[in-house]
Ligand binder design. Structure first.
Ligand SMILES: NC(=O)c1ccc[n+]([C@@H]2O[C@H](COP(=O)([O-])OP(=O)(O)OC[C@H]3O[C@@H](n4cnc5c(N)ncnc54)[C@H](OP(=O)(O)O)[C@@H]3O)[C@@H](O)[C@H]2O)c1
Length: 259
């Protein structure tokens, strides 16, 4: 088992959902947390909650960061204060879906937001963080993919494309890091109840609620639990990919609803 004492864990998209749950999961392990997202106030609120719960000695560094901005990512990583610069675990979680339109009726802005965040943002973080891991001969990159990277569903087109890209990028990164000690994992969830559907439907809460109606979705904590498991295996163990779905979900298109 790998112990997390003093390990620096960077989580993108920590202001909500799976990212925030990962922050909580790591908060009482003695690790030091770098939490990044665009909504700084939400990060601040989370940091305060975690310090109240786990004690003032918990070390948290907050970064207001839009992962789509390559220069901002470069500057954020290269200018980390020295006690924070040697990132041990990078959790590339920031991501979103926008819309559920048919491809031939799709919205360019929605497409660009998904591609820029889910693919390019993840690439920028990886590009700036992983060289240090290679030099230090330790590190772990956890990409949050999706069942959508394994199977498509109607209207999922571009989102599914971005998550298929994440899957390929995780596989490619693992190949490129072969011979180093750096590990790569893709954690690929099915339905998890977070702000994901609110964001997908541009704040239409009624429509978002219907996504989970009559079934029991995963919680963000379920995913954080799996991430935690993956990074605490012995250093010889690389869990490359985990697909995790609710008991009420069999595939991207097949769910069981009770009402
Ligand atoms: N929920 C599901 O059913 C599900 C299933 C499979 C995979 N996933 C994946 O899980 C990951 C987390 O999603 P979630 O379900 O936890 O949704 P969420 O509650 O909406 O959280 C998404 C997080 O990503 C951050 N984010 C979005 N765009 C960003 C940007 N440009 N720069 C920095 N941070 C950004 C958001 O923070 P700010 O808005 O503050 O920047 C937020 O913290 C995503 O990659 C998603 O694709 C979710």
């Amino acid at each position: 088992m790998v112990f997390l004492q003093n390990q620096i864990v960077m989580i993108t998209g920590a202001s909500s959902g799976i990212g925030a749950a990962c922050a909580s999961a790591f908060a009482d392990t003695g690790s030091k947390l770098i939490l990044a997202a665009r909504r700084y106030q939400r990060l601040q609120q989370l940091a305060d909650e975690l310090k109240n719960k786990y004690g003032g000695s918990l070390q948290i560094h907050l970064l207001q960061l839009d992962v789509r901005d390559s220069l901002a990512v470069e500057s954020a990583i290269n200018n980390l204060p020295s006690p924070w610069s040697d990132i041990d675990i990078l959790i590339n979680n920031a991501g979103l879906s926008r819309g559920l339109d048919k491809l031939h009726e799709g919205d360019f802005q929605d497409w660009e937001e998904m591609i820029d965040t889910n693919i390019k943002g993840l690439l920028y973080l990886t590009r700036y963080v992983v060289p240090g891991m290679v030099t230090r001969e330790r590190g772990h990159v956890v990409n949050i993919g999706s069942i959508a990277g394994h199977q498509t569903y109607p209207g999922g087109n571009v989102y599914c494309g971005t998550k298929a890209a994440v899957r390929a990028i995780s596989e490619g990164l693992k190949q490129d890091l072969l011979g180093t000690a750096v590990r790569v994992t893709s954690v690929d969830p099915g339905m998890v109840e977070t702000e994901f559907s609110d964001v997908r439907f541009h704040g239409d809460e009624e429509r978002a609620k219907k996504v989970y109606q009559g079934l029991t979705p995963l919680t963000p904590e379920d995913i954080a639990d799996v991430v935690f498991f993956c990074v605490t295996r012995p250093s010889r163990v690389n869990i490359s990919e985990i697909l995790i779905v609710p008991t009420d979900q069999a595939s991207a298109t097949l769910v069981h609803r009770r009402s």
